[in-house]
Design a protein around this ligand. Structure first.
Ligand code: NAD
Ligand code: ISE
Length: 335
C-alpha cells in the first residue's frame, strides 16, 4: 500500500521534502509532520490532505498512519529521533549529517546492529545526481585506468548568519567526504586544511574559503575548495585524474547562449535548485526500497565514517596540522 511518512522538521529541507512526497514521489504520502515550531508544522500540514501536525516526534512515530520517517531536523536532534524510530521498528531516511560527531554516530551504529538489519538511508543525495552517477560508472569501468587524484569545488553564493569556520568542514565538505568514499570505494585516512586570506565577501571572523586535503587508503589524493560566500551562485564540481585520462562533472553547461559579443549560461543559486533531481531520485529510491522491505543507499556506516572524517577535519583546521582518521573495523552488517 501507500507508505505513510512522518517528516520531522519542516524547515528549508523538510518543507521541500513534504512538497516532493506530495507532488513528485509515487507510492508515498505525508501522514504527519513534526516541528518544535508548532505554527510552522501547522502551516506545512495544512497544504496536505490527511496530514497531522505535531511538536513532539514521539507522538508522530506512535501514530498508526506512520510507516516510515524522514528526518530533516538539525543534526544535533537526529540521534534521538533515529533511536525512537528503531524502537518503533520504522525505516528512516535521515538528512545529512547522520549525527554531529563520531561518538553519537557510533551509538546509532550500535543500535542498528542490535536490530540485526539495516533501517536507515542517510541523505547523501549526491549519490543520486545524474552527473555523479555517470562519473561513478566510468570509474568503476576502469576505462581510464586507476584514479590518482580528485579535485572538488564546492561553492555557495552566501552562508547563513550562524555559519562557523568549523561548519565549512562538517556541514559542507561532509558531502565531499561521502562522494570521495563512494566514488573511489576507499576510506579517507588523513585530513589537512589550508586557509588562504579570508574573503572580504565573507562575514567578519569566518575563515572562508578553505582548501581541504584528504588522503585515502588506496593512495589517492583529494582536494576540495570550499567557498561559501562566492557571491555568484551554487557550484559543485569534480574532476578525477586517472592513469589514462580525466573526467569532469558539474560545469552546468546545459545551455550556452551567444549574444551581444559574449557567450555563457546561468548558474544555479542554491542546493534546492542544483540538486532538485537528485533529491527526487533519493526520496523515490527510499520509498521504493522501503515498500519492497529493503534498505539501500548510504548507510549508517557511511554516516559514521563521514562523522569521523569531519572530526579529524575540524581538528586539522584548528591545529593547522595533518590529522589521521581512526575508524573502527567495519561491522558485518555493512559489508
Ligand atoms: P532549517 O533550520 O531550515 O529547518 C530545521 C527545522 O527543524 C526547523 O523548522 C526547526 O524548528 C525544526 N526543529 C528543530 N529541532 C527540532 C526537533 N528536535 N524536532 C523537530 N523539529 C525540529 O534547516 P535545514 O536547512 O532544513 O536543515 C535540516 C537538515 O537537512 C540538517 O540535517 C541539514 O544538515 C540538512 N540539509 C541537507 C542538505 C542537502 O543538500 N542534503 C541541504 C541543507 C540542509
Ligand atoms: C548544506 O547544509 C548542504 O547540505 C548543502 O548541500 C551544502 O552545499 C551547504 O554548504 C550546506 O551548508
Amino acid at each position: 500500500g501507500t507508505l505513510g511518512v512522518a517528516v520531522i522538521g519542516t524547515g528549508r529541507m523538510g518543507a521541500d521534502h513534504v512538497r516532493r512526497i506530495n507532488e513528485v514521489i509515487s507510492g508515498a504520502r505525508v501522514a504527519a509532520v513534526v516541528d518544535v515550531d508548532a505554527e510552522r508544522a501547522k502551516a506545512v500540514a495544512q497544504g496536505v490532505d490527511g496530514c497531522t501536525a505535531h511538536t513532539d516526534p514521539a507522538a508522530a512515530l506512535a501514530s498508526d498512519d506512520v510507516d516510515a520517517v524522514l528526518i530533516a531536523s538539525p543534526g544535533p536532534a537526529h540521534e534521538a529521533t533515529l533511536l525512537a524510530a528503531f524502537a518503533h521498528d520504522l525505516p528512516v531516511l535521515c538528512e545529512k549529517p547522520l549525527t554531529p560527531d563520531a561518538a553519537s554516530a557510533l551509538r546509532v551504529l550500535e543500535a542498528e546492529q542490535r536490530l540485526g538489519r539495516r533501517r536507515v538511508q542517510v541523505g547523501f543525495m549526491r549519490r543520486y545526481d545524474a552527473e555523479y552517477l555517470r562519473l561513478k560508472a566510468l570509474l568503476d569501468s576502469r576505462e581510464l585506468g586507476r584514479p590518482l587524484m580528485l579535485h572538488n569545488r564546492h561553492r555557495n553564493a552566501s552562508s547563513p548568519p550562524w555559519f562557523t569556520s568549523a561548519m565549512l568542514i562538517n556541514d559542507s565538505v561532509v558531502h565531499e567526504m561521502d562522494v570521495t568514499r563512494w566514488l573511489l570505494g576507499q576510506e579517507i585516512t588523513a585530513v589537512t586544511v589550508l586557509r588562504p586570506v579570508p574573503s572580504g565577501n565573507a562575514p567578519e571572523g569566518l575563515e572562508d574559503p578553505q582548501l581541504v586535503l584528504f588522503e585515502t587508503d588506496g593512495g589517492v589524493i583529494v582536494d576540495t575548495e570550499i567557498n561559501v560566500n562566492c557571491g555568484f551562485g551554487y557550484q559543485v564540481q569534480a574532476e578525477v585524474v586517472c592513469e589514462r585520462g580525466t573526467a569532469r562533472i558539474g560545469d552546468g553547461h546545459t545551455m550556452v547562449t551567444n549574444a551581444a559579443g559574449r557567450w555563457g549560461g546561468t548558474i544555479a543559486q542554491d542546493f534546492v535548485e542544483r540538486f532538485a533531481d537528485a533529491y527526487d531520485r533519493e526520496v523515490q529510491a527510499w520509498v521504493d526500497a522501503t515498500r519492497r522491505g529493503e534498505v539501500t543507499g548510504p548507510s549508517v556506516w557511511d554516516g559514521y565514517a563521514a562523522a569521523a572524517v569531519c572530526e579529524a577535519g575540524v581538528r586539522a583546521q584548528r591545529e593547522g596540522t595533518r590529522i589521521t582518521v581512526d575508524l573502527i573495523a567495519r561491522p558485518a552488517l555493512y559489508h
